[in-house]
Design a protein around this ligand. Sequence first.
Ligand code: NAD
Length: 268
Amino acid sequence: MKEKAAGWGTATDMLSQERTAIVTGGATGIGAAIVRALSAAATNIVIDYVGDPAPARALVAELQGRGCAAVACEANVSLPADADRLVAAAVAAFGRLDILVNNAGIEARYPFVDTPDDVWQREIAVNLSGPFYCSRSAAKQMIAQAHGGRIVNVSSIHEEIAAPTNAPYCASKGGLRMLARTIAVELAQYDITVNNVAPGAIDTPMDAATIANKKLDNELLAEIPLHRWGKPEEVAGLVLWLCSEAASYITGTTVVIDGGMMRQAGSL
Ligand code: NAD
């Protein structure tokens, strides 16, 4: 056990004091990269997952094999009781909670007028209600600990720019933008910071269909000034930085990580 210290560590040793983090949807894609980055910075990890437990279990085994503390917890972030149970699992395993990364997200594309009710409801439930419920449970625990905390939401450039055939996703991420801004102001008195990271095109299973379609892939690359997909590890590095002392005065904002895509939009 590392000594529990009063501060948030330094920029260089990042999370050198003992910290505990929950990463929702942490078994795959960007979430798994965030888990690995936080874990490498000596943070105890709770990997949230739904459905097949195999990827979460494999990641726990990988981290434990490197001497890192990690557990997996099945919790559907769109259910308030599951969000409470997830935070309780972190406290049961490690005695505290310092960092919540709301990463779980889903996407399904339909022309607006053909979008089924259940698609709208599911995307809002997972992408917006999920961070609401998990942040509320986590904030209660952080306030009780009286030691500050960090909440980081994995949003999207679509919290800001439109994507035709993706209305529920854009609405959920737009809502996440204002959820973060509002609770950041409210939780500042407890030294809990709340920020969004907004990735552009990141090479994960969520985008496998686009990458497999050469024409679509080339069209997308033409819109990215850095002319490549981002890596999950690059998003993870940004999340880690937002959880460090280096970012202690940053709250209520969104940091975009998109290879310049948003700046180029509309410039052609
Ligand atoms: P992914 O599909 O690998 O990750 C999503 C994870 O969320 C999965 O592990 C999934 O099981 C989990 N999940 C889904 N519903 C859940 C629920 N109800 N409760 C708990 N977990 C649930 O895809 P990814 O690309 O790694 O996406 C991670 C986040 O990054 C998402 O919020 C996504 O919107 C965001 N994002 C991704 C990209 C990209 O290009 N890949 C771009 C911008 C934003």
